[in-house]
Design a protein around this ligand. Structure first.
Ligand code: MRU
Length: 338
């Protein structure tokens, strides 16, 4: 494995970096068990919408690795297990569906394992290409050298490739358009201060970590030129589910007349979802708020409400950057876009 890679399927195993340990420790886990992959998605050892789609596809490959007379039952057990891991990112369901179709078409063939592996690799390669195109298309949002603000983690760790919003930031930096990145720490699990900071450090891009509540102050003081985030599910009308706190940034950006962009592959667009009202929001467990790692920071008996995502209404989004192009409002995604 290279110096830093999010995950890789090699020698009939998935090897992945445990994102819960970053950036302090770089620990790789290897498994040939789809149940371990499902657990990794649930625990956010692997996270980010496109990444969980790709690794879930590899999980299904592993479910048919050993010859079995009840191959179909095994595959669908794994399929349902993966579907139950996280509800909001549509890339998961998109990738699982592609794998289901590949299974249905080939289920009687002896080399089903190789055929499913081929399908999973295609999903992975496809995501790598989409990330490249998103970065290229995203370059057009920069008109001058910018101070950029981003939320959560949308880079290599969150995708099969180089990232979505963070890849635009990297491309922008390479082309002289990004001076500094403000990184929201992204409570409660710190995907910003741990993961985005880690990736920006590796890419040699100047950054400053801020608390999530610092954005308004920065914007008021004209310290932010553009905000770019990723997405977990985009409805046909452009309403976008992303990490909790994204909606706050969109409201603030609009108030301060700062462009607010979403970047995502079209595999994040849900054509069955007319608006944000139809998007299921994952709720996380209270211990993630009451503790940081193993340190208790508030009383165990206190009640907590912890939605993992929020919905940004389409009218607050300046543009949505996909691998196809920069979409401008009014948004009305259809088959042709995806
Ligand atoms: O809970 P997470 O860490 O999986 O949430 C991830 C996000 O919200 C990302 O912004 C989104 O998945 C896009 S990743 C390219």
């Amino acid at each position: 494995m290279s110096d830093f890679s999010c995950f890789e399927f090699k020698d009939d195993k998935l090897i992945f970096i445990d994102q819960t340990k970053l950036p302090i420790e770089e620990i790789y886990i290897q498994t040939d068990d789809y149940e371990r992959i499902a657990e990794a998605i649930e625990k956010l050892e692997i996270r980010g919408a496109p990444a969980i789609g790709v690794v879930a596809a590899y999980g299904l490959v592993l479910s048919v690795r050993e010859f079995s007379h009840n191959r179909e039952e095994k595959f669908f057990n794994a399929f349902e297990r993966m579907r139950a891991t996280r509800p909001t990112a549509v890339n998961l369901f998109w990738a699982l569906d592609k794998m289901r179709i590949a299974f249905e078409e080939n289920k009687h063939l002896d080399n089903i394992y190789e055929l499913l592996l081929h399908s999973a690799r295609e999903i992975h390669l496809d995501d790598i290409e989409r990330c490249e195109m998103i970065a290229k298309n995203g370059l057009m949002i920069f008109e001058k050298t910018c101070y950029v603000l981003t939320h959560c983690n949308t880079g290599q760790l969150a995708t099969g490739g180089e990232g979505t919003a963070l890849n635009i930031i990297k491309e922008g930096h390479e082309n002289g358009f990004v001076k500094l990145v403000y990184v929201d720490e992204t409570r409660p699990l710190f995907q910003g201060s741990r993961l985005t900071a880690f990736e920006l450090e590796k890419a040699n891009i100047p950054f400053k970590i801020i608390t999530d509540s610092t954005a308004a102050f920065l914007m008021k003081n004209k310290m932010v030129d553009v905000v770019i985030t990723g997405a977990d599910r985009i409805a046909v009308n452009g309403d976008t589910a992303n990490k909790i706190g994204t909606y706050n940034l969109a409201v603030l950006s609009n108030f301060h007349k700062i462009p607010f962009y979403i970047a995502a592959p079209t595999s994040t667009i849900d054509l069955n979802c007319e608006s944000g009202k139809n998007i299921k929001i994952e709720e996380r467990k209270k211990s993630e708020i009451l503790r940081i790692k193993d340190i208790q920071i508030s009383k165990e008996n206190y009640d907590v409400y912890s939605p993992a995502f929020d919905i940004t209404p389409n009218e607050l989004i300046t543009g949505i950057i996909t691998e196809n192009r920069l979409h401008k409002p009014p948004y009305n995604f259809n088959d042709k876009d995806c």
